[in-house]
Design a protein around this ligand. Structure first.
Ligand SMILES: [Fe+2]
Length: 171
C-alpha cells in the first residue's frame, strides 16, 4: 500500500512525467479537478461499503457531499462560460492509479482497511492540494475558474486535516 501510494505521489509531482501539468489549459485543469473529485467520491463509497468504524464512515459521507458540491459548482461555471472540461494525460493517470488503489483497498477488511483508507485519503489530499495550490491556481487564466479552485482548496485543506487526525486516531 505504502509503496503504491508513494508511486502515485511521485507521479503527481515528478518533472519526469511525459507531459507537464503546468501546461494544461483551464478546461483541462477543470477536467483533472472533476476527475480527482470523482475518485475521492469512489474511495468514500468503498469505505461506506466496507468499514464499520463510525469516524471513517462520517469522514466518507463528508467526502461524498463536499466533492459532489464542488463538482456541481464546477459544472455550473463551465456551463455559464460555454466551456467543456477536456480529458487529458493527467486525468487518465489519476484514473489508472485510482483503479489500482481501489483494487488493493477492496481486499482489506476491518482495522486494516480503515487505516489504509485513512492513509490513502491523507496522501491523496496532500498530493492533489499541492498540485492545485502550486501548479493549477497560478496557471489558471479565467478569474472565475481560479476563484472556484481557491474555494475548493480551502475545503480540501480541511479534508486533509481531518484525514491527518483520522490516521493518528487509527494508528
Ligand atoms: Fe476530500
Amino acid at each position: 500500500m505504502k509503496h503504491l501510494l508513494s508511486a502515485v505521489l511521485l507521479a503527481l509531482s515528478s518533472p519526469a512525467l511525459a507531459a507537464d501539468p503546468a501546461q494544461l489549459s483551464d478546461t483541462e485543469i477543470a477536467h483533472v479537478a472533476y476527475t480527482a473529485d470523482n475518485i475521492d467520491i469512489r474511495y468514500a463509497h468503498l469505505a461506506l461499503a466496507i468499514s464499520d468504524n463510525p469516524e471513517v464512515r462520517q469522514f466518507a459521507r463528508t467526502m461524498i457531499s463536499d466533492h459532489e458540491a464542488v463538482n456541481a459548482a464546477a459544472l455550473e461555471l463551465l456551463d455559464k462560460l460555454g466551456a467543456q472540461a477536456t480529458d487529458n494525460f493527467l486525468s487518465q493517470k489519476l484514473n489508472e492509479d485510482a483503479e489500482d488503489i481501489i483494487d488493493l483497498l477492496s481486499q482489506l477488511r476491518g482495522a486494516e482497511f480503515d487505516l489504509a483508507y485513512a492513509e490513502n485519503e491523507l496522501g491523496y489530499h496532500q498530493a492533489v492540494n499541492d498540485l492545485v495550490e502550486t501548479t493549477f491556481i497560478p496557471n489558471i487564466d479565467n478569474a472565475e475558474v481560479k476563484a472556484l479552485f481557491e474555494q475548493g482548496l480551502e475545503i480540501f485543506k480541511v479534508h486533509e486535516g481531518h484525514a491527518e487526525n483520522m490516521v493518528a486516531a487509527l494508528k
